[in-house]
Write a protein that binds this ligand. Structure first.
Ligand code: NOJ
Length: 579
């Protein structure tokens, strides 16, 4: 590729649609990004100290996993005050400093919002469990047991981890519901006061200037008011495209029509802000269900995650299908999302066999397909997966599944299910220093470092134009500089190339970008489009422009830019009114 890694990113172009449709998101897990205050745990000052790095990388939006007040039993996803910063992560003043610094750089900030539940230590829950007559009793979901003696769970519902989600409270002899872990009781969104309080949380952060919210387990917010049993099923495990599992169909616990209605209501709240903001929902299911959250005409959540991206086999065929599905489920002006790793799932590098050629190819795919890419911290340097035995895990899920034999845990990990999420949350390696520059040499990080941090780190890749980091930087600059890549319509090409090559075209007004990704370990010849004026490859910084036939090395990807846009694909971006 011909743009040197060291150049500054071009200024953000004036876009035709709202900015969030074309942005690139970088997901920071604050505990693991950078320790600014010397306690071994990452924090907001640590993020602030690395904003220059992120700006130079070329990402446009940051999403921060929770940093709110929390006993940290689920590392911030168990909250005791949704509107304050946990002291281990800094202060509200640090947050204000962070948002100012992000905006000063022309970047955006997205926060994680946990609307579904609180910590069991939240003052609301403490009050709620204090007595059946407490005014906060109805803020959570309390039910009598099925048996006359109060025992026997209220129904057969299972939580998202396959366990029984009802928990008995001896003091008041009733059961409370938790969709996730027992110390994360679900709020009762059918109570108008709860709804008002949580929408107040949404407004609190939007009023402070955050540009978007990622909605944690949004699919679980409303449970069916009948409390009827969920139907039985034969499926043992849920997947990204099918939440049915643990031998039941979550008919009454997930994807309730009232949650779809809430998606539309939230859209109204968020769209009232100027400049525009967005929400992205953590929801799962087949594309039809995902589309319900977004709304038939895009009147629901702005974006939803597509988790199938993490379960797709590394093959041209697999990704071709995925792209075709995404195009049909989210036709322009709707936007798919592209995520290959996050703080709950095995890192992409594990699936790629730690092969940097494949990582570069995946980066090229992620940053050139139509949709919003979500890059998980460390993905840009090929931070990999390290097996940490469950008995050493700090993750509450590891504590829960300690009994699972290691061979089975490995097999599940191969299927995208992590029983110890510490493995994908290792400290970001910045340098080859003792603690990888994540924390000071005299402060031990909260999780162990990847043993390869001495060689796989930001400093080592920074000056190497052939590194994965340099590839990300070039791709992000290219995406930003070329409207065809960040807002163009997309068309999958199925003819003329080898089956091992995933090929598609992005088109905007007068420019076309043809992307060809050789997803095999063999060399393949491809036919370049006519009129190419620039060629970018995953292999190296400079590539000569040729015409006609070109040989792609194993796992090489190329982008050919031509000024003659050719006919626009049928469902061209921007041809329908944007919301
Ligand atoms: C989904 C989050 O991604 C995960 O990290 C968290 O543990 C659960 N929701 C509970 O909030």
């Amino acid at each position: 590729m011909d743009e040197p890694a060291g150049t500054a990113p071009p200024p953000l172009p004036a876009l035709r649609g709202p900015w969030w449709r074309d942005t690139t998101v970088y997901h920071v897990y604050p505990r693991s990004f950078a320790d600014g205050n010397g306690d071994g745990v990452g924090d907001l000052p640590g993020v602030i100290a690395h904003l220059d790095y992120l700006e130079h990388l070329g990402v446009e939006t940051l999403w921060l996993s929770p940093f709110f007040r929390s006993p940290q039993a689920d590392f911030g996803y168990d909250i005791t005050d949704h509107t304050d910063v946990d002291p281990s992560h800094g202060s509200l003043a640090d947050f204000v400093h962070l948002i100012d610094e992000v905006h000063r750089r022309g970047m955006k900030l997205v926060l994680d919002t946990v609307l579904n539940h609180t910590s069991i230590e939240h003052p609301w829950f403490t009050a709620s469990r204090s007595g059946r007559d407490d005014p906060k009793r109805d803020w959570y979901i309390w039910r009598d047991g099925q048996r006359a003696d109060g025992r026997g769970r209220p129904n057969n519902w299972r939580n998202m981890l396959g366990g029984r989600g009802w928990h008995h409270d001896a003091g008041t002899d009733q059961w409370y519901w938790a969709s996730f872990l027992p110390f994360q009781p679900d709020l009762n969104w059918r109570n108008p006061d709860v709804k008002a309080a949580m929408l107040g949380v949404v407004r609190h952060w939007l009023d402070l200037g955050v540009d978007g919210l990622r909605l944690d387990v949004f699919n679980a917010i409303f449970k069916d008011a009948s409390f009827a049993d969920n139907p039985r099923s034969l499926r043992p495990l849920p997947t990204g495209s099918n939440p049915e599992g643990f031998f039941q169909r979550p008919l009454h616990t997930l994807d309730h029509r009232d949650t779809f209605a809430l998606a539309r209501e939230l859209r109204g709240i968020v769209d009232a802000y100027d400049p525009p903001r967005f929400v992205v929902g953590e929801v799962m299911g087949a594309s039809g269900v995902l589309r319900e959250y977004v709304g038939a005409a895009g009147e629901g959540l702005h974006l939803v995650f597509m988790f199938d991206t993490m379960g797709t086999r590394f093959s041209a065929d697999g990704f071709r299908r995925l792209l075709a599905d995404a195009e049909s489920a989210f036709p322009a002006p709707l936007q798919p999302t592209w995520v290959f790793s996050n703080h709950d799932r095995p890192r992409a590098m594990l699936r790629l066999g730690d092969d940097p050629r494949k990582a570069k190819l995946l980066a090229m795919l992620q940053l050139t397909v139509r949709g919003v890419p979500f890059i998980y911290y460390g993905e840009e340097i090929g931070l990999s997966h390290v097996e940490i035995p469950a008995e050493l895990g700090l993750d509450p899920i590891a504590a829960r599944f300690r009994w699972v034999p290691r061979w089975l845990a490995r097999r599940l990990r191969g299927r995208g299910i992590l029983l110890n999420r510490d493995e994908c949350r290792l400290p970001m390696p910045w340098t080859a220093a003792k603690h990888a520059g994540f924390s000071r040499d005299d402060v031990v990080p909260w999780l162990p470092l990847d043993p390869r941090s001495g060689t796989i780190n930001v400093a080592a890749q920074d000056a190497d134009p052939a590194s994965l980091l340099a590839t990300y930087r070039r791709l992000l600059r290219l995406r930003r500089a070329h409207p065809a890549l960040h807002r163009g319509a997309m068309e999958l090409s199925s003819t003329g190339q080898s089956a091992a090559v995933l090929a598609y075209r992005r088109v905007d007004d007068s420019e076309s970008a043809h992307v060809m990704l050789n997803m095999s370990d063999a060399t393949v010849d491809v036919e370049l489009p006519v009129g190419v004026h620039a060629l970018h490859s995953t292999i190296g910084p400079c590539v000569e422009v040729t015409t006609g036939r070109r040989r792609l090395a194993p796992y090489e990807g190329i982008i050919s830019l031509s000024t003659d846009a050719g006919p626009r694909p049928a469902a061209a971006a921007g041809t329908r009114p944007l919301r």
